[in-house]
Design a protein around this ligand. Structure first.
Ligand SMILES: *Cc1c(COP(=O)(O)O)cnc(C)c1O
Length: 379
């Protein structure tokens, strides 16, 4: 079976994890601190705070903004469900904005349509690694005095106007789940331009403690900590950070390989009637964390039929990005027009794309799709 995604892990990561274990320091410690420093440098963020997942980074972001009951947070429904859940965690109300059909991201237009006088924050997702056009959203949020949080879960290595995605973000959340490019097993990062938010995030991720466990351990004098506010346990382990440091060195190569494979798909699938491949927007470059194609009415098979055909050929593709508002967890939750979201979630599929995907296996995927479209296997 050709999988849809496979993390690029090897001996180097295994050795790094083993070294962390042998060091005797396995919880949050020096490797986490180094991973934060290097990740922050890579995405041009002045402060990076490692956490247990992107979900906890998003949760922490909305908590840091002081959101609560009665506050509305605009989020795309067209996203992994964690984006919407984080608003609920702080007692706020997620309000679903539609996305642009072209790239699957919210825009100034789709966000403006759902703003109310209770809107306190907008979460923009760089969906599947595709950079969202954040500048018009920053302007909108500034005009209205509301916060903008970037869900960059999928977007490590993507660029926006020549800079890393998330550059200049007050709050951005990243994921290191194996479904993304850079993985630590589970793990996440919160990046921010604001030193005070960073300092508070460091305390909040560790039970609101006034000194970190690592600082206390290094101190020669007895340290008695205090608990400044009610915090969380959102810590990353040094074993995870050790793996992350190796993965970070490979990120550039991962992005290059994914972009080359994406270009092959774009060429080989061009000209198939009723099939559109995802492409870079004018304002940036995707890391192609998810490479999706959209099937129109002229394509001879429905999306689910094509998924079945590919599965029969030993190819594991996936239905496109989910729509949170259609899940039982949000049954009855009010929402406005989400027509592009519903169309994309029904008509898109994600094709296999990973660092070690062989050219031969990629040709097999292309041939299967071409045959399903009634064309000869090779173009
Ligand atoms: C994967 C993902 C998340 C959640 O990331 P975790 O690290 O698994 O918590 C959040 N938002 C988006 C858009 C994602 O793709």
């Amino acid at each position: 079976m050709i999988p849809v995604m496979k993390p690029w892990l090897g001996e180097e990561e295994a050795t790094a994890a083993a070294d962390a274990v042998r060091s005797g320091w396995v919880a949050q410690g020096p490797r986490v601190a180094e991973f934060e420093r290097r990740f922050g440098e890579r995405v041009a963020a002045p402060h990076a705070v490692a956490v247990s997942s992107c979900t906890s980074a998003l949760h922490l972001s909305l908590h840091l903004l002081g959101l609560g009951p009665g506050d509305e947070v605009v989020v795309p429904s067209f996203s992994f469900i964690a984006t919407a859940n984080c608003a609920v965690y702080v007692g706020a109300t997620p309000v679903f904005a539609d996305v642009e059909a072209e790239d699957g991201n919210v825009s100034r237009r789709t966000v403006e349509a759902v703003l109310t006088d209770r809107t306190r924050a907008v979460v923009v997702v760089h969906q599947g690694g595709m950079p969202a056009d954040v500048e018009p959203l920053q302007a909108l949020c500034q005009e209205r005095g509301i916060a903008l949080v970037e869900d960059a879960a999928c977007a490590a290595g993507s660029t926006y106007r020549g800079a890393p995605v998330g550059v200049g973000a007050e709050l951005a959340a990243w994921s290191f789940h194996p479904r993304k490019l850079l993985t630590t097993g589970e793990g996440g990062m919160l990046t921010t331009t604001d030193p005070e938010l960073a300092a508070r995030a460091r305390q909040l991720r560790e039970h609101g403690m006034s000194v970190s466990a690592a600082q206390r351990h290094r101190s020669r004098k007895p340290v008695i900590e205090s608990y400044l506010e009610v915090g969380f346990n959102f810590r990353m382990t040094d074993i995870q950070a050790a793996v992350g440091l190796v993965q970070l060195r490979k990120l550039h190569a991962m992005v290059e390989r994914r972009r080359a494979l994406a270009a092959c798909y774009q060429d080989a699938l061009a000209g198939i009637r009723g099939l559109r491949t995802v492409r870079d927007p004018e304002h940036g470059e995707s890391n192609y964390q998810s490479f999706w194609v959209e099937l129109g009415p002229e394509f001879p098979l429905t999306r689910n039929e094509l998924l079945r055909t590919l599965a029969d050929a030993g190819i594991s593709a996936r239905a496109g990005i989910m729509a949170a508002h259609r899940q039982p967890a949000y049954a009855g939750h009010p929402h406005g027009d989400l027509s592009s979201t519903e169309r994309l979630t029904d008509t898109t599929l994600i094709l296999p794309l990973y660092h070690e995907l062989s050219d031969e296996d990629q040709r097999k995927v292309v041939s299967s799709i071409r045959r399903a479209a009634g064309l000869k296997a090779a173009s």
